[in-house]
Design a protein around this ligand. Structure first.
Ligand code: FAD
Length: 342
């Protein structure tokens, strides 16, 4: 059981900044995210897009904002459970909460903060009858640790940046890389398309275009797939593989959080914005894009503000009766924080 003061569901910009605000109050944080990397929408949807409305930054790339947030919270040493979705919330007799992920990891904390944005990013899965039987037995929908594929025969399906980038990267790691795409043209960056074509020419990537994976075979673990061409006359190929990784994109869903007994309005969690962004379950807060209240603006800076307010309230739950006097980080005396410390 992972124990912490504040358990944050969602490692988007809001969740990450919460670690900083909590750290100033000497509260420890642990974050859970369904994605294999922190940053939420900024990392997953638009890392190379400039943002113009972060105070103090006339322009910053979304990916760089995440890098900076990670740097800002480093000294507070947050814990991370990545590539796992928070599935259940239970309240214990002592008033604390247990959050369990889809992989069975349990987390215990007196305060739970939902910073789940648009929801957890769920992979779009191909329609292959027995694919569920091979999940975690050769089939994966995102790559958490590329070393898992060292010296393995890997087949990636998809036509976007993820499929291209990973096929290119794994060409130097795996023993065999195949890339299957149902069209002839790829949607990824031109540079990646050209690189993949070069690797295909030199035999480092086996390319199947205008084709799809239609069948999976294996006793327990995946052993082979059938790649069928769109053109019936071209027939199909039986390809021996250890891993099949369909990268067809991710779509956000509020998902299991919607069944936790929280008050939901238009796919977002209702909170008390007259005070501290607490939900209808005391001790459970919702901040950032995932919450709703009158006048809500779904912007990164709203999440930052809500994180600061919420942490002050959480301090009282974690330290009942203890008086806290807010100080500026720039004024000597904010215990435990030294902005220059790396
Ligand atoms: P998110 O960034 O959505 O992060 C939430 C995280 O929670 C995700 O990583 C998700 O995987 C995780 N999660 C959810 N449920 C679970 C669960 N059950 N278990 C585990 N993990 C879970 N805003 C601006 O202020 N300025 C801009 O210029 C701007 N441009 C944008 C451009 C685009 C193309 C898009 C799509 C958005 C833009 N936004 C912009 C909006 C901004 O990205 C969001 O306001 C911001 O990302 C919200 O941050 P968040 O941390 O609340 O949520």
């Amino acid at each position: 059981m992972i124990k912490t003061d504040i358990l944050i569901i969602g490692a988007g910009p809001t969740g990450l900044f919460t670690v900083f605000e909590a750290g100033l109050l000497k509260l420890k944080c642990h974050l859970i995210d369904a994605l294999p990397q922190p940053g939420g929408q900024c990392s997953e949807l638009y890392p190379k897009k400039p943002i113009y409305d972060i105070p103090g930054f006339p322009e910053v790339l979304a990916g760089d904002l995440v890098t900076n947030l990670m740097e800002q919270i480093k000294s507070f040493e947050p814990g991370f459970t990545l590539a796992e979705r928070a599935d259940t919330l239970d309240k214990l007799e002592d008033g604390t909460f247990v959050v369990t992920t889809n992989k069975g990891t349990k987390h215990n904390a007196p305060v739970v903060v939902i910073a789940g944005g648009l929801g957890s990013f769920e992979p779009r899965k191909p329609q292959i009858d027995n694919i569920l039987n091979f999940e975690d037995k050769g089939v994966a929908y995102m790559i958490k640790d590329p070393e898992v594929y060292r010296d393995k025969k890997v087949l990636i399906a998809g036509g976007g940046d993820s499929a291209l980038d990973w096929a290119i990267f794994l060409a130097d790691v795996a023993s065999e890389v195949s890339l299957v795409h149902r069209r002839n043209e790829f949607r990824g960056a031109l540079d990646s398309v050209e690189k993949a074509a070069e690797l295909a020419k030199s035999g480092k990537i086996k390319l199947f275009t205008e084709a799809q994976v239609t069948k999976l075979y294996g006793d327990d673990n995946l052993e082979a797939v059938v790649v069928k061409y769109n053109d019936e006359e071209k027939g199909e190929s039986y390809v021996e593989v250890d891993n099949f990784i369909p990268l067809f994109g991710l779509s956000p869903k509020l998902g299991p959080i919607g069944n936790w007994g929280l008050e939901i309005e238009k796919n977002a969690i209702k909170v008390d914005n007259s005070y501290d962004y607490q939900t209808n379950i005391p001790g459970v807060y919702a901040i950032g894009d995932v919450n709703t209240y009158k006048g809500k603006l779904k912007l990164i800076l709203s999440g930052f503000h809500e994180a600061a307010v919420m942490c002050q309230s959480a301090y009282q739950i974690i330290n009942p009766g203890k008086r806290y006097v807010m100080k500026y980080t720039t004024v000597g005396g904010v215990e435990g924080f030294d902005g220059s410390k790396k």
